[in-house]
Design a protein around this ligand. Structure first.
Ligand SMILES: Nc1nc2c(ncn2[C@@H]2O[C@H](COP(=O)(O)OP(=O)(O)OP(=O)(O)O)[C@@H](O)[C@H]2O)c(=O)[nH]1
Length: 424
């Protein structure tokens, strides 16, 4: 079955999966019409090819109309200005008129070209009208017969049409040609049979040629559609993988509860900033923020409420430290912040601003509205320091001093251990 089409498709298919899917019910093709058996697939295909088919049909119609008009000249030279000539001319003009109307319809609605009904109608009118030539110019019956043979073949090839309809029109043309020739001059049965076989020849070759083209075009369409579908699937998969990878990266680098950097990630970022600060001899400060009496929140409102407070404070830190500052969760209710290009005094101002923001931001947890405060210990990198551990230790000492002194404050600690308390 359709070996040429299948060979082409198997050449085009790069893997067995494609070939298998092309054999699905969606893509099955009628053996004699050369169209998809599935009406939805056929409609989609016709829509896909409607504009190019309409263009081809318009060209075909234009050539047909031109030939009809041009052949009026030999009519005139043979018949002169006679009733027979006028009759033939009227027939030619009527058919040209029908062709013109079809041309306009197809230009307005390209789907008429693939639908084929109007085309078939005009072809029937054209063929029937052409039979007049047999009666009015019996002296060239042989030539007229040859022209009919060409027309029958052309029905399939030159004018894109639906195969079933083209076959019906061609058979109709073959039969009325026989009838007309018999009426012009009665013929023996054998002669009629021979003429009929001759008429069937262009019908059969035209049908086979058009069928092969139709099947090939549809197979290619099926292949293209499958390729587009698998491309889309592939794109979706790539997008899903990208999102998954992003999610995994986020999970690997952030703290699940607060969304702040986890220890592994902030240590990596801190190391990078430390190296940059030493290389460029820029100031670098570090802060530890610890919520005050957080245990009470848990004890009074429950652990879930405590979690919510941690999330809100984390967001507040993200919003109120600068974009260049690196905020991480040190553990429990403690956060650590690295402030690049920032002296201790500047870091103190930023920290105070954050504390102030915390004071004026009530945190709603269920029915309760909580007022949370925090204590911050801050220190600055010294020119001879190569590790952040000593900074963390100093900031921690400052933090504990702040807690001991009454909490809700910023404590700055110098390298020599001297401290300065900033109370809001
Ligand atoms: N809800 C919640 N609580 C946590 C989490 N991590 C630590 N905690 C709690 O945080 C509380 C910390 O308590 P403490 O170390 O005594 O500190 P504090 O109550 O804030 O008191 P000060 O720091 O001295 O002001 C403990 O009750 C921990 O259980 C967490 O992820 N979620």
């Amino acid at each position: 079955m359709r070996p040429a089409a299948e060979t082409l498709v198997s050449q085009l298919c790069s893997n067995a999966g494609d070939q298998a899917s092309l054999k699905g019910p969606e893509w099955r093709i009628s053996l004699w019409r050369g169209e998809f058996l599935d009406p939805r697939t056929e409609t989609a295909y016709r829509q896909h090819v409607s504009s190019i088919t309409a263009l081809q049909l318009r060209w075909g119609l234009a050539v047909w109309a031109l030939l009809l008009l041009v052949f009026a000249l030999p009519d005139y030279s043979a018949l002169g200005w006679s009733t027979d000539f006028v009759l033939l001319l009227v027939m030619r003009l009527a058919v040209v008129g029908c062709i013109g109307l079809l041309y306009l319809q197809v230009r307005r609605t390209p789907m008429h070209a693939v639908n084929g009904v109007l085309t078939t109608l005009v072809e029937l009118i054209g063929l029937a009208g052409f039979m007049l030539v047999f009666f009015l110019r019996p002296e060239i019956v042989g030539w007229t017969f040859v022209v009919v043979l060409l027309m029958l073949f052309t029905l399939f090839v030159a004018i894109p049409n639906r195969l079933g309809m083209a076959l019906a029109v061609a058979l109709f043309g073959a039969i009325i040609t026989l009838v007309a020739m018999h009426l012009v001059r009665p013929r023996e049965l054998l002669e009629l049979l021979a003429l009929f076989l001759m008429l069937l020849f262009p019908v059969a070759t035209g049908w086979i040629s058009a069928w092969r083209v139709q099947v090939l075009q549809r197979q290619q369409y099926a292949l293209m559609t499958l390729t587009l579908r698998s491309n889309r699937q592939l794109q979706d998969e790539v997008e899903q993988r990208r999102l998954l990878q992003q999610q995994l990266q986020r999970q690997a680098s952030t703290d699940a509860l607060t969304g702040l950097y986890n220890r592994h990630e902030y240590e990596r970022l801190f190391a990078h900033e430390l190296a940059r600060s030493l290389r460029e001899q820029r100031p670098l400060s570090l802060a530890i923020l610890d919520l005050d009496h957080f245990k009470r929140v848990n004890d009074t409102h429950g652990h879930a409420a405590g979690d919510e407070v941690l999330r809100r404070v984390a967001r507040l830190c993200r919003d109120n430290f600068r974009a260049v500052d690196i905020v991480g969760r040190l553990g429990g209710e403690e956060f650590v912040v690295l402030l690049p290009d920032t002296s201790l005094a500047q870091a103190g101002e930023v920290a105070q601003r954050v504390l102030e923001q915390l004071r004026v931001t009530p945190i709603e947890v269920g029915e309760a509205v909580l007022q949370v405060t925090a204590t911050l210990g801050l220190t600055q990198l010294q020119p001879d320091e190569r590790q952040l551990d000593s900074l963390l230790q100093r900031a921690d000492q400052a933090l504990y001093a702040g807690k001991a002194a009454g909490r809700d404050r910023v404590v700055l600690v110098q390298a020599d251990g001297s401290m300065q308390m900033l109370v809001g």
